[in-house]
Ligand binder design. Structure first.
Ligand code: FES
Length: 110
């Protein structure tokens, strides 16, 4: 069985990097970004959807990845992002084929 590569472009602090993963390697996008790109102060609540230190802008969201669940809508609303479907908590985005080809911008607040 072959694993399909998931390729994501990450824009952060004026740099662009491409990272590759596959379904099952990381539980969510926050863990992937933190592990591969060594961001400080990123994902401080460990993926509970409460701290908002993992906010990103994501293009090309599709399928079930467009659904905001659990604490995400309330946390995003605290920062005025409730009406923008492209602004997300990366800890609430599962790493799946739906993220293949996405462009992820880490917001300045991080
Ligand atoms: S890690 Fe805290 S909200 Fe995502």
């Amino acid at each position: 069985m072959t694993r399909s590569t998931i390729k994501i472009t990450v824009l952060e602090n004026g740099t662009e990097q491409t990272i590759k993963t596959y379904k099952g390697e990381y539980r969510n996008l926050m863990e992937l970004l933190k592990d591969k790109l060594y961001f400080d102060c990123f994902g401080e609540c460990g993926g509970m959807g409460r701290c908002a230190t993992c906010i990103v802008h994501v293009t090309e969201l599709q399928g079930s990845s467009v659904i905001k669940d659990r604490n995400e809508p309330v946390t995003l609303a605290r920062y005025g992002f409730e009406d923008n479907p492209s602004i997300r908590l990366s800890c609430q985005l599962l790493v799946s084929a739906y993220l293949d080809g996405a462009i992820v911008s880490v917001l300045e607040e991080n």
